[in-house]
Ligand binder design. Structure first.
Ligand SMILES: Cc1cc2nc3c(=O)[nH]c(=O)nc-3n(C[C@H](O)[C@H](O)[C@H](O)COP(=O)(O)OP(=O)(O)OC[C@H]3O[C@@H](n4cnc5c(N)ncnc54)[C@H](O)[C@@H]3O)c2cc1C
Length: 346
C-alpha cells in the first residue's frame, strides 16, 4: 500500500462533503492538496436514498446552496430542471441531486478522489493517518461528512420496512402489503411521508405510535419557529388534514404510554421506524466515540465534523435550540466554522 500526504482530507461525498470540498477551494486551499474519500461519489444518501422524497425546504434555499460556492461552477451548469421550479415551492430532492452529481464530477476532476471507505483514523506526529479499504493516506486535517443511518428500535417478530423503501411509493409497492397491519413509530417529517404512502397500499391498518404532539415550522421575518424539527411543505399539509384533522379510516394513532400499546403492537405484522438518525462513525481507537462541539464543529485538533452526522446548533429568538440539518444550513455551518478550522490544526 502506498501512502500519500494531503493538507485536507474530506470523508463523505454527500451534500455536506461537496460543500466542504467546494468551500476549501474557495478559501484558497489548492485542489491538488485535497483528498476526497467516498465509496460511491453519488451525492450520498441524499442522492441514493431520498431522491423521490418531497423536500421540506423551499427550492430557493437549494438554489442559494448551489450558487454559494464559486468552485461549484454552477453558472456554467446545464439547464437542470431545478432552474424551472418556482423558488417558493418545495421540490423532489432528485431535482437537487441532479446538479449536485454534476458538481461532484467537476470537483473530483480537480481534487484527489478515492472511491473507497475510510476504516480508521489515527493521530501521530501531528498528522492524521486515514486508513481506507484500499490505501493509507496522511493528512494535516480531516473533515468527517459521513452522514447518518436511520435509527431503529427493537420490536422483534415484526417485518421491518426500511425508511428508504417506505418513502418511495414505487419500492413500497413491491413489498406485498395486502391485508398487512403496519406499526409506524415516530411523528417526524419522514413519518408524514411514510403514512400516506402506506395508506395508498392495500394494507388493512396502519398504527402510528407517537410520543409528542406534532410540531409545525412557522416562518417569521428573518427566522423560522421549529425550523429543523417542525413539519413543512407537503408533509405539514398532510399532517394538518389527516393527523391533527380527521384520521383516515385505516389509520389509528396510539401514544407509546397508552394502555393499548401492547395490544396494538401485537396486532401488527410489519414495522416502520421514523425516529431520527444515528450518526455514522469511523473507528478512532485513540479517542473512542468521536464527538463534535456543535458550536464550531471541532472534534480534535485537525479533525472536524459537518453535515447530518455532526450538525451545527442554533438558538432561535424565543430561546428554543435545535440542531441544524439541511443543505443551506450545512453551508452556513461551514461559513462559520471553516475560518476556525483553517487555524485549528494539529
Ligand atoms: C426523508 C428526508 C428528507 C429530507 N429533506 C431535506 C430537505 O428538504 N432539505 C434539506 O436540505 N435536507 C433534507 N434532508 C436532510 C439532509 O439534507 C440529508 O439527510 C442529507 O443526505 C445529509 O447530507 P450529508 O452529506 O450529511 O450525509 P449523506 O447524504 O448521508 O452523505 C454521507 C456520505 O458519506 C459516505 N460515507 C459514510 N461513511 C464513510 C466512510 N467511512 N468513508 C468515506 N465515506 C463515507 C456515505 O457513503 C455517503 O456518501 C432530508 C433527509 C431525509 C431523510
Amino acid at each position: 500500500m502506498t501512502t500519500t500526504h494531503y493538507r485536507w482530507t474530506v470523508l463523505g461525498a454527500g451534500p455536506a462533503g461537496i460543500a466542504t470540498v467546494g468551500q476549501l477551494i474557495d478559501r484558497g486551499v489548492p485542489a491538488g492538496e485535497i483528498a476526497w474519500v467516498d465509496p460511491e461519489f453519488a451525492v450520498g444518501d441524499f442522492g441514493t436514498k431520498w431522491s423521490v422524497v418531497s423536500s421540506n425546504t423551499r427550492t430557493s434555499s437549494f438554489t442559494r446552496f448551489l450558487e454559494s460556492t464559486a468552485a461549484f461552477d454552477f453558472d456554467q451548469a446545464p439547464d437542470f430542471a431545478i432552474r424551472g421550479i418556482d423558488p417558493r415551492d418545495t421540490c423532489v430532492l432528485g431535482a437537487v441531486a441532479e446538479p449536485l452529481h454534476w458538481i461532484t464530477g467537476r470537483l473530483t476532476d480537480r481534487v484527489s478522489a478515492h472511491e473507497t471507505r475510510a476504516t480508521k483514523l489515527e493521530l501521530s506526529e501531528r498528522r492524521w493517518t486515514v486508513h481506507t479499504e484500499q490505501s493509507v493516506l496522511t493528512s494535516d486535517n480531516v473533515v468527517l461528512a459521513i452522514g447518518a443511518d436511520a435509527r431503529t428500535l427493537s420490536h422483534p417478530g415484526l417485518r421491518e420496512i426500511p425508511l428508504d423503501v417506505v418513502v418511495d411509493a414505487q419500492k413500497l409497492a413491491t413489498e406485498g402489503l395486502e391485508g398487512a397491519t403496519v406499526a409506524v413509530f415516530g411523528a417526524s417529517h419522514s413519518t408524514m411521508l411514510a403514512l400516506p404512502n402506506l395508506l395508498d397500499q392495500p394494507v388493512a391498518k396502519v398504527v402510528n405510535f407517537y410520543q409528542h404532539p406534532l410540531r409545525y415550522a412557522v416562518e417569521f421575518e428573518g427566522w423560522t419557529l421549529f425550523d429543523d424539527t417542525g413539519l413543512k411543505g407537503h408533509a405539514a399539509a398532510w399532517a394538518r388534514k389527516n393527523v391533527d384533522g380527521r384520521l383516515p379510516d385505516r389509520l389509528q394513532r396510539c401514544h407509546v404510554d397508552d394502555a393499548r400499546f401492547d395490544e396494538l403492537l401485537g396486532q401488527s405484522d410489519h414495522v416502520v421506524y421514523t425516529v431520527g438518525f444515528e450518526p455514522r462513525r469511523v473507528d478512532a481507537p485513540q479517542w473512542g466515540p468521536l464527538r463534535h462541539d456543535p458550536a464550531n464543529g471541532i472534534i480534535a485538533p485537525g479533525l472536524f465534523g459537518v453535515g447530518i452526522a455532526f450538525p451545527g446548533h442554533r438558538v432561535d429568538p424565543t430561546g428554543h435550540a435545535e440542531h441544524r440539518v439541511g443543505l443551506e444550513k450545512f453551508m452556513q455551518q461551514l461559513d462559520q466554522c471553516l475560518p476556525i478550522w483553517l487555524r485549528y490544526g494539529t
